[in-house]
Structure formats: structure tokens, C-alpha cells
Design a protein around this ligand. Structure first.
Ligand code: ATP
Ligand code: MG
Length: 278
């Protein structure tokens, strides 16, 4: 039944995409694409003419010194900058070929399809089970047996099930930081996203919890596309397929992770990854 429901949701979504005359020419290999993206906070330009494509089922890491615009860029992908006063955006962000910033774009649907995980785990102050089922309920899934299956499936995918199976009705606030972050990932997966955005998801975690999240990210890319901001160079090298280096609002270099770390083409990239600044 869960499968049927998910298939039904998927076909509804596909239909919405197919019906939309706003689809631009793009390659199906890429799920998100920025075209000439510029962003200002009032007078200050935080993103300068970003052009980037993110491959499906890959992990892309965004690296760069503090304040270079990594979080700002990530927030453009689910329109979280919309809520910031005096923030102005020019250019396009295509999601499966449709500009997220078109007047016709369905922001609610796009937020469902593009999930976000933050630096600090942010479980809702409710039970573990209610955290996971919150999103599906908003999207009108109300049958208890379906919600239970979604909860089990997502907690298993986020490699948390074994640790919480006996305490699903306990408060999520009682979990450790690492468990809370995996819960947030499970919660994001519960609404069947296509892309997971992660802004320094392990920055507040200890090495063991970090390792668990990194292993999980590597598993996730079998089904999802992950875009992760990290300050941890080793982490970017370990888990990402592609890496983008940003500096002062510009995309300086973007390529395969091994190339960026072993053979950077730009002096700035080399200086940053060898620890000369940042
Ligand atoms: N809401 C805001 N209003 C005004 N300026 C902002 C706002 N958010 C970010 N900025 C500025 O935009 C620039 C980019 O910020 P952003 O948070 O994207 O950087 P970052 O690369 O994520 O940094 P960090 O690694 O420290 O998280 C910075 O100069 C920052 O001060
Ligand atoms: Mg940031």
C-alpha cells in the first residue's frame, strides 16, 4: 500500500513536471543547475554569477572560507533566502529543468523534493515517531499502517532504527546529537525528496557520530542527490564525487573531487586546500 501511494505521488509529480511548459532545455543527468545566479543582501553582493550543475546520485561538496557564500548558495536551492528581508536574487536555479524562481513554480512541492539538513540537529519537540510522520501527514497521508511503515523504512534508511525501535514514542529531544542528526535525515527522507542539502551536518558532532553520518551519506547517494557544505577538507575528500571551491561569492573551481584535491587548476584552490588561508 505504501508503495502504491508513493507511486501515485510520484506519477502526480511527474505529471506536474510534464504538464509544465516552463521546462528549459537541460540534461537529465543534472538535477539542479544554477545559471548566472547573483544574490545581494541589500547592497552587498554575496553570490557572483554562479554557474553550476549538480549530477544526479552524486555527492557534491561545497568548500571555501567562512563568509564566502556556501550557505547562501545552498539556501537558494530551496528558496530559504526568500524569508530574508532585502535579499535579492537574479538568474535561474533549475530543478529538473524548471526555474525554482519562476512565478509558476510550486514552492511547497519543491521544498518537499529538496530537503535540508542543518549544522545543528533540529528535531521537533515531539516523539521520534511524530518527527518522522510529521511531513507525510502534512502531505495528507493519514492511515496509521502507512505512517508506521514510512517511519520504519526511513529510520532504517537513516541507520537509526535499531537504536530507537523500543522508544519510538519517547521525545526526540532525549536522543544524542548524532542520533538527532540521523533522525533529521530520516525526517527529510519521509517526504520522498530527490535532493538533500546539508549545511555542515557534522560540525556539531563527535568523530564517531560524524563517521556514522558520512557512511550514511555514501549510502544515500544510491537513491538521492546530496549537496553538502563542509569545512572539513578530509570529509569532502572522503565522501564527495565532485567538489566546488568558493571564494568571496565566486565559484572559483568545480570538478571531480580527486582532481580538485590532487591537481587543482587554480592557485586560490591550491592555497585553500593546502591550508594557506581560511
Ligand atoms: N541574512 C543576511 N543578511 C546580510 N548579510 C548576510 C546574511 N546572511 C549572510 N550574509 C553575508 O553573506 C556572506 C556569505 O554568507 P554565508 O553565510 O553564505 O557564508 P558561508 O560561506 O556559509 O560561511 P560559514 O562558513 O561561516 O558558514 C557573508 O559575508 C555574510 O556576512
Ligand atoms: Mg555557512
Amino acid at each position: 500500500m505504501v508503495k502504491n501511494l508513493l507511486i501515485k505521488n510520484k506519477s502526480k509529480y511527474k505529471q506536474q513536471i510534464e504538464n509544465n511548459e516552463h521546462i528549459k532545455e537541460h540534461s537529465d543527468d543534472f538535477v539542479i543547475e544554477c545559471r548566472n545566479l547573483n544574490l545581494w543582501y541589500d547592497e552587498f553582493q554575496a553570490l557572483k554569477n554562479i554557474n553550476m550543475k549538480y549530477r544526479k546520485n552524486k555527492v557534491t561538496a561545497i568548500i571555501g572560507p567562512s563568509g564566502c557564500g556556501k550557505s547562501t548558495l545552498l539556501r537558494c536551492f530551496n528558496r530559504m533566502n526568500d524569508v530574508i528581508e532585502d535579499c535579492r536574487i537574479e538568474g535561474e536555479v533549475l530543478f529538473n529543468g524548471r526555474n525554482l524562481y519562476d512565478n509558476s513554480a510550486d514552492i511547497r512541492l519543491n521544498r518537499k523534493k529538496i530537503g535540508m539538513i542543518f549544522q545543528k540537529p533540529n528535531p521537533f519537540p515531539m516523539s521520534i515517531y511524530d518527527n518522522i510522520t510529521y511531513g507525510p501527514k502534512i502531505h495528507k497521508i493519514i492511515e496509521d499502517d502507512i505512517l508506521e511503515k514510512i517511519s520504519e523504512k526511513c529510520l532504517k534508511r537513516a541507520v537509526l532504527w535499531d537504536e530507537v525501535v523500543d522508544r519510538l514514542d519517547d521525545s526526540a529531544m532525549g536522543l544524542s546529537g548524532g542520533q538527532q542528526q540521523r533522525l533529521c535525515i530520516a525526517r527529510a527522507l519521509a517526504v520522498e525528496p530527490e535532493v538533500l542539502l546539508m549545511d555542515e551536518p557534522t560540525a556539531s558532532l563527535d568523530p564517531i557520530a560524524t563517521q556514522k553520518i558520512e557512511d550514511l551519506i555514501l549510502q544515500l547517494k544510491e537513491e538521492w542527490t546530496v549537496i553538502i557544505v563542509t569545512h572539513n577538507m578530509q570529509q569532502a575528500a572522503r565522501i564527495s564525487d565532485n567538489t566546488a571551491f568558493m571564494y568571496l561569492g565566486e565559484m572559483i573551481e568545480y570538478g571531480e573531487t580527486t582532481q580538485i584535491f590532487e591537481n587543482p587548476q587554480e592557485k586560490l584552490t591550491e592555497n585553500y586546500i593546502t591550508g594557506r588561508f581560511g
